[in-house]
Structure formats: C-alpha cells, structure tokens
Design a protein around this ligand. Structure first.
Ligand SMILES: *Cc1c(COP(=O)(O)O)cnc(C)c1O
Length: 360
C-alpha cells in the first residue's frame, strides 16, 4: 500500500499514536469495561477526562489562572455570534478583515441588532493575500474589542506578530493555528478555536476567556452565555464527551513532543520546506505576501486550472490526499497542522519536482 499523507484543512490528520490509543481503549476505558462514549458526563471517569484536558491545555499554552477554559459546541462558527452577543452588547466591534473567515465573522456580527460593526482594515483589494496595514489611530479603545483571525485557513495568511494596543481587548479566531504559534495568551481577551484542525476531531470548540470579560446577562439564553458556561464547567448540557476525550489525548501527545514551542518549531520547518521549493519552482506559485505566509495552510497553484486538476489527480493516486484548494480559490492547498509529519512534506516536494519536470 502506498503511504497516505493527509493534507486536509479540517477535519484533519490526527497523530497515529493518538488514534491507536483511542482504539486500544475503545471498548474498555481505564478498567471501566465501558467505552468513553458510554460514560455519563457526570461520572468521575469523564470529569477526570475533561479536567485533565483543561489542565493540559493550560500547561501547554501557559494560560494564567484569571482565564477560563470552556469546551463548547457549534464550532468556531457559533463563536462568530456568541462573542459579540456576550462581549459587545450596545457597543462597537472592530474587525481586521484578512479573508474568508474574517468576512464570515463580520457578517455574523452584523445581523445582531445591538452591536455595531466596523471593519478598520481589509486586504480584499489584494485578494486577501496579506495582513492589511492599519493605523493605530483607527483602533478605538472605546470599542468592545478588536477581532482578528490569526490564521486564514483558506487564504493562507497569518499574523506572525500580534497587534498590541494599550487598553484594547483583542479577540482571536485561532482555529487553524492554535498551538502552532508563539503567541502569548495574555495578549488576548478571548481566543476561540474549533478542535478539528490542530486539536482533535470536530465537535468541540475551545474558548479561552479572561474572567473580567464574563458578565452575567439574563437576556442571553444560558447556553450562549460564557458566564453560565464557565459557572457550570461547560456542562449546562451534555458536552461532546468523545471529542473532548480525543482532544485530551492529542494534548498529551503535544506535551510528549515538547509542547507548543516544539509544535511551532516543527510548523516552521514543514512550511519553509514547501515554500523554499515553491519559490524556486518555475511551475508552482504561492501568492501570499512573504512575511504573512501561513505555517499551517499553504495554498499554491500552477496558474493553469487544467494542470492544477491534473496535479491533484496524480497526487491523489500517489497517496497525497485532500490537496484540492478551497472551492472559493481553486488550486491546491497543503494544510500542515501539528500532527502532520515532516516526511510527508519532503515526499510532497519530491512529487512536485517530478511533476514539474514532466509538465514544464
Ligand atoms: C475552520 C474554521 C472556522 C469554522 O470552524 P467550524 O468549527 O466549522 O465552525 C472558523 N474560522 C477559521 C479560521 C477556521 O479555520
């Protein structure tokens, strides 16, 4: 069988060791003779799972005690509405628009009646191939917060430096580069991330929120209130128990690999290997401004849609799976999240070289 490398943007590749552990424990979790899927979320076994997952994330991201960690449902998409509803009622929100996901976040906030939305910068004019410049004066300390998408999963654009303004609360959609960066949690008021890119399977969303931003708001349904979710330990209702268990296993694996610092180092190594080849290639290009290039999602194309299609088909047959670019941009995209092995990038580069040789 050919070796398969999975370049999916999400749900994405998981560490093999984690899948093997889940398999080994599937029918009998920790001597219970029951699967994790069959355990009550109120059982001591599951409470131990969620508490350990939280502690592991705190250790890996160096999350201070005055931040809450929540395990919610609804994906990052639900957070597009939940953050404004909780943090910005009657106030203004500012956004930096770096691409598809930021645009979705903006649209979701615009439908809320009691918040006002201001886009302070956008890279739409360059096809979302950069982080737009914006003047410090454009940032309003009176706004509830400034929202950024730290990594645009479709465009492959990243904030390698986090903008920092005195007295301005920063909210970040970190779905596609959480734990694959060198950010400092204390630079943010709130961070959210769907698990299915860097942290585990789909079904659970991590929210890290500074305690002073939690307000009791009786006009919000409990389920949508961070304050209530925090108060109830993310268990207002039945949480996605198996997904949380899997996130816990992935986080243990990350710790064993050397933690966030090692993940960040590996992410740079993987990405640079691919960018170095693309930049000297006469066939493949990546159009993102060099200093904003993502380490986790690398779009590339040949500038010939027919050739892109051929590449994707031949790559697929050779074991390089899910390399098709997002339908909104076409071309190819290699998503290289934490669990993606370096050998897979080396093999892809060799494959691309051979393809270039044959098709130039
Ligand atoms: C995948 C993704 C989302 C959407 O996540 P869901 O869990 O599917 O709602 C939002 N933002 C970014 C940056 C993403 O990569």
């Amino acid at each position: 069988m050919t070796t398969v490398y999975n370049f999916s943007a999400g749900p994405a590749v998981l560490p093999k060791a984690v899948l093997e552990q889940a398999q080994a424990e599937l029918l009998n979790y920790n001597g219970t003779d029951m699967s994790v899927m069959e355990l009550s979320h109120r059982s001591s076994s599951f409470v131990d799972i969620i508490e350990r997952a939280e502690q592991q994330l705190r250790d890996l991201m160096h999350i201070p005690d005055h931040y809450k960690v929540l395990f919610l449902q609804g994906g990052a998409t639900q957070q597009f509405s939940m953050v404004p509803a909780n943090l910005a009622k009657g106030q203004k929100i500012q956004y930096v628009n770096t691409g598809s996901w930021a645009t979705k976040a903006i649209k979701a906030a615009q439908v809320l009646e009691d918040v006002s939305v201001e886009e302070i910068a956008s890279s739409k004019a360059d096809g979302y191939t950069s982080v737009p410049d914006f003047a410090a004066e454009a940032v309003d300390p009176e706004a509830a917060y400034l929202h950024i998408t730290t990594n645009e999963t479709i465009g492959g654009v990243t904030f390698h430096e986090i903008p920092n303004f005195d007295g301005v609360t920063l909210v970040a959609d970190m779905s596609s580069n959480i734990l694959a960066n060198d950010y400092n949690v204390e630079d943010f008021g709130l961070i959210y991330a769907g698990a299915q890119k860097n942290l585990g399977p789909s079904g659970v969303t991590i929210v890290i929120v500074r305690e002073d931003l939690l307000k009791e708001d009786t006009s919000l349904p409990d389920f949508f209130s961070y304050a209530t979710q925090a108060d109830k330990g993310s268990m207002i209702n039945t949480p996605p128990t198996f997904a949380i268990y899997m996130v816990g296993l992935v986080l243990e694996w990350v710790a064993a690999q050397g933690g966030q610092e090692a993940m960040y180092k590996h992410a740079k190594e993987r990405a640079n290997l691919l960018y170095d080849y693309i930049d000297q290639s006469d066939l493949f290009v990546n159009n993102v401004k060099v200093e904003n290039r993502s380490y986790t999602n690398i779009p590339f194309l040949t500038n010939d849609p027919g050739l892109d299609k051929k590449f994707i088909a031949e790559a697929d047959a050779a074991g390089f799976k899910q390399l098709k670019g997002h339908r909104s941009v076409g071309g190819m995209r290699a998503s290289l999240y934490n669990a993606f092995p370096l050998e897979g990038v080396k093999a892809l580069v060799e494959f691309m070289k051979a393809f270039e040789e044959e098709n130039k």
